[in-house]
Design a protein around this ligand. Sequence first.
Ligand code: NAP
Length: 408
Amino acid sequence: MCGRGALPPLRLTRDTCAEPWRAGRCRCVVGEVSAGAGTLGEWRRGGSTVTGQGVSAVRRRRPPTPSPSPSRRQGVLVPSAPPARPVSRHQRWNVHRLPRADGRTFLVTGGNAGIGYFVAEQLAGTGATVVLGSRDPAKGEAAMATLRSRVPGARVRHLRLDLADLASLKTAVDTAVDTLGLDRLDAVVHNAGVALDDPPRRETADGNEVMFGTNHLGHFALTGWLAPLLRAAEAGRVVTVGSFAAKSERLDLNDLQSRHDYRPKRTYGRSKLAQMYFAAELDRRLRAADSTVRSVMAHPGGALDSLTPSRPPVHVRSLGTRLRGLPAGLVVQGKDAGAWPVVRAVLDPEAAGGQLWGPRVFGLRGRPRPEPVAAYLTDPEADAGTVAAHLWDASCERTGADPGLGLT
Ligand SMILES: NC(=O)c1ccc[n+]([C@@H]2O[C@H](COP(=O)([O-])OP(=O)(O)OC[C@H]3O[C@@H](n4cnc5c(N)ncnc54)[C@H](OP(=O)(O)O)[C@@H]3O)[C@@H](O)[C@H]2O)c1
């Protein structure tokens, strides 16, 4: 993550850049890339020449609160999400002492690594059953073993799940029902994600651009297959993991698959934006249908491998990596902390549909709090409903999903 902000001078290197995903595979998703070898950007005090739109957006301490008034679309009065409440109302949430969730079941896509692993570990500590969705059975097994060593008595299962293979998703959910014995799902966390660094543009076997196809379409289709399980829970939740990378992008409805304009960082940011449009639209539809299911958004801020505690063999951090990553800890955080807003969106009874949860400090690090949702996602005057509805229709077409996704 690059750009300039009102923060102490700090060089962000390939290892310390936010949104790194894997050590050594850094992505500059927000701002400019500077020319220095291995140097992706620099924070400067003052910030009179902000270059990264996303950074300037997350630096605003008090962005305008979204209107609480109802919106009207297609002749139907659709209630908006409640505005984010003041932070002080949420200070009692303790990320290290989570409420118990015995008897509940959560599915975390990409639960075998990164933020998803820590979401799973933290949820497992509440007594809940946690299903790790992973495309690689060996990684899934390794993550389960690690998680059990950290959380004695953890109820954890693995489900083979490849979001880039749309045809496999129904089979995966059938397996969850038949083999894992799932009869309801209290929350699915749409966490898995792929971000490519370089051209050329690549496609999934289904003919979708890889990032749009995996991050958005895969989760869109999965939601439809999981609908009966989510409806069977007392208050099911769909928790979508967005990104500040989405803030600096706009969807091109005529080029959702980035056929004409493929730039890896842009396409990644747009895939995350598509996920957030989906989550906001799902919330509107669930409310209009008076559903018991909620759609909640969360984002991890900036979460680096170099600031993440070791969980061998899932993640191993050497002393050198740890020391090199220390300065970045002033600005961003580890993936364990990146999981906090996501976990809160899953567990907090006060987390309402349509809300966005993120880290407290500049939206980059710290304890979770509700953030204002950008107007372009919710405001009818900003055509939010039109864009979201178009994306929804296009997603149904590409995935073959039922227009109501089985939820509305
Ligand atoms: N890290 C950040 O600073 C940051 C910031 C904003 C948003 N996010 C979001 O947070 C989420 C997690 O990021 P992360 O940093 O933890 O990434 P990560 O460490 O690279 O983990 C990504 C996870 O997604 C899985 N995955 C990728 N493609 C998949 C597919 N086709 N089917 C199933 N699973 C697949 C990966 O599985 P494999 O191990 O098999 O590859 C892995 O478990 C992503 O949605 C990302 O967009 C991250």
